[in-house]
Write a protein that binds this ligand. Sequence first.
Ligand SMILES: CC(C)(COP(=O)(O)OP(=O)(O)OC[C@H]1O[C@@H](n2cnc3c(N)ncnc32)[C@H](O)[C@@H]1OP(=O)(O)O)[C@@H](O)C(=O)NCCC(=O)NCCS
Length: 194
Amino acid sequence: MLPNIEYSLSYSAPTGIERDALSALALNPDARWHERMDHALFVVTALHEGIRVGLGIVHNSVTAPTQAPRPMELGGMFVHPAYRRLGIRQYMAESRLTYALSMGGTPITVIDNRNQASWGYYERSSRWAREREYTGYFTGLPMTIWVSTESSWHRTGMGLTPLVPAQPNTVLPQGLNRAEPLGFGPDQGNPVPA
Ligand SMILES: CC(C)(COP(=O)(O)OP(=O)(O)OC[C@H]1O[C@@H](n2cnc3c(N)ncnc32)[C@H](O)[C@@H]1OP(=O)(O)O)[C@@H](O)C(=O)NCCC(=O)NCCS
């Protein structure tokens, strides 16, 4: 039986029982996780039969040493192990990026270099470029800041013209805002956090 995944969007920091439910889903809801949630500007949640199975946020509590102006960090990404490899991250990542670009910030994301599930995704995508590597404050291990190739900062740095002026509203990516029947995937665990 294939799960029917639905998505909900929110434009404010989760509080109360919503924060509790998202905390229960997250891999490691530590103090830093809550700090990011406190500064969430956009939250996308994946639901299966009303149960939260995926989460991604855009926040402005940026601690990574990015050079990007007005950085908006795409973080807090987590998909329940039973629902991985179904494209849920793909959907949530696209909607986060659309939001951050539409708000006129510079979308960045920070990846632990050991995180194969994320590294491969960003490395293959033409929508992201490496900004710089640094040593993680908490892990002491290599982390990489990725920047959106569609951001004005990246484009002007490459000698290109900015794409479009900032738009006030988010429009979900074409073809992605419909709930589709999806199959359970084989990836049942990824122990390396961002
Ligand atoms: C990383 C994570 C969010 C991916 O979620 P997901 O919904 O399974 O990802 P998707 O199904 O959208 O994957 C899209 C593509 O990413 C790549 N990918 C996803 N998981 C992968 C894995 N474990 N190993 C290698 N590539 C992987 C694949 O190319 C995949 O496409 P495919 O399934 O057609 O091969 C999920 O594994 C997770 O929650 N991990 C724990 C927390 C975490 O690492 N968060 C990210 C921090 S930056």
